[in-house]
Design a protein around this ligand. Structure first.
Ligand SMILES: Cc1ncc(COP(=O)(O)O)c(C=O)c1O
Length: 298
């Protein structure tokens, strides 16, 4: 595969960064994960806006404008002949020195990589997944703004390992007061009495692009949506639970630990929203209409 490295398309096997890159030394950087359908990135403008906010949140001057990023992503997809793809943009503060927490000794490092992607295993949607509430807690917003999509992911990695130890697919993180926040790589929704409940973003987690689309779709379908702080116990009373992210779309949760959610099968509201979400992605990507994303892009 070809990757974009600091302004050039290079073959993956020849793409190298310094061993003193601050991304490696300190996790000092940000990233975005996007998906393309039929060669068009779903809500690219939203992703690039979020990248800009992440960069501002850590005081990192972005080396490219939004249109520069967009053109680079286009080149990357074209060079790799990709239509349906996952794209990761990673930006670090550049080369540093061990022990020097503050200074970067070069420009930011930019890496963009893409791979073929046609969705996750379809059986996950048919059967749903199990989640586990992690013992470790979410990084508090006072420590790191949850809206910053930072490459420092150790909390998420360890929480996910905890989940895997008990056979769960995703870990749910609580805040210091025991309220629900999000998954390690996903936003969390509960269905209760036909309406949706989700922790507020960014207070309760990353403002996901998929989360935003789901809220729009639900409201358009006259499904009540409430963004509110939720105690961990809400997981026990929910009729349905689902997770959202760019790759998983809307993933039904059928077990929290040992306890079945609903009837232990994906529920009707989750299935309905998944169908609507897929239609939306197809519509926006295939019709060439950018939908509500257009304003952000132009
Ligand atoms: C911590 C976290 N929350 C939520 C999400 C979902 O965001 P999106 O829907 O933009 O993929 C992600 C995506 O990677 C994430 O890492």
């Amino acid at each position: 595969m070809w990757v974009h490295l600091n302004g050039r398309l290079v073959e993956e096997s020849g793409a190298f960064l310094s061993v003193f890159d601050r991304g490696l030394l300190y996790g000092d950087g940000i990233f975005e994960s996007m998906s393309a359908v039929a060669g068009v990135v779903f809500r690219e403008g939203r992703h690039l806006d979020r990248l800009g906010r992440s960069a501002a949140g850590i005081g990192l001057p972005l080396p490219l404008t939004a249109s520069g990023f967009s053109a680079a992503v286009r080149d990357l997809l074209d060079r790799n002949r990709l239509q349906d793809a996952r794209i990761r943009v990673t930006i670090t503060r550049g080369e540093g020195r061990p022990g020097d927490y503050v200074e970067a000794y070069g420009p930011p490092s930019v890496v963009m990589a893409a791979s073929r992607f046609e969705g996750v295993d379809p059986s996950l949607y048919r059967n749903g997944v199990r989640v586990a509430v992690a013992r470790r807690r979410q990084i508090p917003p006072e420590t790191l703004d949850p809206a910053v999509k930072s490459i420092s992911r150790l909390t998420s990695v360890l929480a996910r390992r905890e989940a895997r130890e008990v056979g769960a697919f995703e870990a749910i993180l609580l805040d210091g007061d025991g309220r629900l926040t999000e998954g390690t790589v996903s936003n969390l929704f509960l269905v209760l009495g036909g309406g949706l409940l989700t922790p507020p973003a960014p207070a309760g987690g990353l403002p996901g692009i998929t989360r935003e689309a789901v809220v729009e779709l639900a409201r358009a379908a006259s499904i009540r949506v409430s963004e509110e702080p939720l105690p961990a116990g809400s997981l026990e009373t929910a009729d349905e639970i689902f997770l959202t992210n760019t790759s998983w779309e809307i993933l039904p949760v059928v077990r929290v630990g040992e306890r079945a959610v609903g009837g232990g099968v994906p529920g009707p509201v989750t299935r309905d929203l998944l169908a609507r979400y897929r239609d939306l992605v197809r519509f926006e990507c295939r019709s060439g209409l950018a939908g509500p994303d257009w304003k952000a892009r132009s």
